[in-house]
Design a protein around this ligand. Structure first.
Ligand code: AMP
Length: 422
């Protein structure tokens, strides 16, 4: 019986993986410019890392993959990258050696969502976290980095949507205003939102069921409740963005879907053919409580994440190729069973000289081997026949110019290297 992939997952086939490599290469090279190092954390964590009391987002309450391992420990497959990075930051006491720790990560996340185009149950994110300091310049740096990254991919119409939720005091004032605003509408809200009204009214704003509710559409915005400190902080962030001419828009309704944010929240968009509202490529914000909630000191951080499938879809839609699939330098065609040993020695020598090379292993006749070589788009064919073998030579054919020459066995790699792209 054939077993299919798990619903909401996908395979990266061998013909597609180079696109992932190219995107990952791009991430590594750009992050190097920002002096930020990669961090790798496990895909599973103890459930408490994500299931914290204050976290009421749908993602954490409804979409996580939770399970008991054989030792009856409660584990969760990570639904996002930040909490695991903070867990590691605290556990490894990274705050003790550095006032500010900046890291990036690339890896799979798991959410039990309704799968659709560009939305999966296992999906990859690339993200950045800057932990340890509260400084508007740092908020601006993260936004500039996200903006720069998307621009460097070659996407057009890149812009930032930004908002501020303010500090604790501002957030509290805003939450009270939201509660007051929604209370008269209690009976017409969905059941989840009725509970949210008591626990965290902010989450009503991104409810999928109530998004068209009158009261949601006309809810107060955080901007109206920023205290003086929070407003000054936000203005500083904007001043940094202005200085570097980053294209942004203040988006008063932007609150982001996680409960740990305060102060700056943002999203990066680009104009992508046929993407419509799906043009958000990444987002993030500042968090003030997360480090202490995970057992660390009272330190704030800021980060963002981009969905990598969505980035690849965007590049595809815009016909941007970050790289081409590797082309074979040479394909060895062997005409005769007894020459196969020589064929495999030639192949090994080619690879020793860092040439990309292959040959046929299914004992096809000449025509079949030729067809395969052309399908693989090999630059050179190395043809080893009885006659040639007796003379100690091979025929080397350039598939573009169709010029074929006889080359002594010992000079094969030299010939290909010297003729290169010709
Ligand atoms: P979030 O962590 O929800 O703020 O999402 C950040 C980015 O991750 C989004 O802009 C999407 O590109 C991507 N993303 C989130 N959820 C999924 C999913 N289920 N499948 C694919 N990409 C996702």
């Amino acid at each position: 019986m054939q077993i299919n992939k798990v619903k909401g997952t996908y395979d990266v086939l061998p013909t597609e993986s180079y696109r992932w490599h190219a995107l990952e290469e791009k991430i590594h090279s750009i992050l190097k410019l920002y002096n930020i190092k990669e961090m790798r954390t496990p895909i599973m964590e103890y459930s408490e890392v994500f299931h914290r009391q204050s976290e009421l987002s749908d993602m954490v309450t409804k979409e996580t993959y939770d399970f008991d391992d054989r030792g009856e420990r409660r584990l969760t497959l990570r639904p996002e990258g930040t909490a695991g990075v903070i867990r590691s930051y605290v556990e490894n006491k990274l705050y003790a050696s550095q006032e500010l720790e900046k890291v990036y990560y690339i890896g799979p996340n798991f959410r039990y969502e309704r799968p659709q185009k560009g939305r999966y149950r296992q999906f990859y994110q690339f993200g950045v976290e800057a932990i340890g300091t509260v400084d508007p310049a740092l908020d601006a740096e993260m936004i500039m980095l996200a903006y720069d990254f998307i621009k460097r991919l070659g996407l057009k119409g890149v812009s930032v949507k930004i908002n501020s939720l303010g500090d604790d005091e501002s957030r509290r004032a805003y939450q009270e205003a939201l509660t007051k605003h929604f209370e008269p509408h209690h009976d017409t809200l969905c059941d989840d939102c009725k509970a949210r009204l008591i626990k965290n009214p902010l989450r009503i704003l991104d409810c999928k069921i109530d998004q068209k509710h009158e009261a949601v559409m006309h809810a107060p915005t955080p901007q109206d409740y920023l205290n003086e400190f929070s407003r000054a902080y936000f203005n500083q962030v904007l001043a940094h963005l202005n200085a570097s001419q980053i294209k942004y828009q203040i988006s008063p309704k932007l609150v982001r879907g996680l409960d740990y944010y305060s102060h700056t929240v943002f999203e990066i968009e680009a104009d992508i053919e046929g993407f419509g509202a799906q043009n958000v490529l990444g987002g993030g914000g500042r968090y003030q409580k997360l480090v202490s909630e995970l057992g660390g000191p009272e330190l704030g951080g800021i980060g963002f994440a981009c969905g990598m499938e969505r980035l690849l879809l965007a590049l595809d839609a815009e016909n941007i190729e970050l790289a081409k699939a590797d082309q074979l330098d040479a394909y060895v065609i062997v005409m005769g069973e007894e020459l196969r040993i020589t064929g495999s020695k030639i192949l090994f020598d080619l690879r020793q000289s860092n040439l990309i090379a292959d040959m046929n292993y299914t004992k096809k006749a000449f025509k079949g081997q030729l067809k395969q070589a052309l399908r693989l788009d090999a630059k050179y064919l190395i043809i080893l026949g009885e006659e040639e073998f007796k003379k100690g030579v091979v025929g080397i054919k350039n598939t573009k110019t169709e010029i074929q020459e006889e080359v002594p066995l010992r000079n094969i790699t030299m010939y290909i290297k010297e003729n290169g792209e010709k």
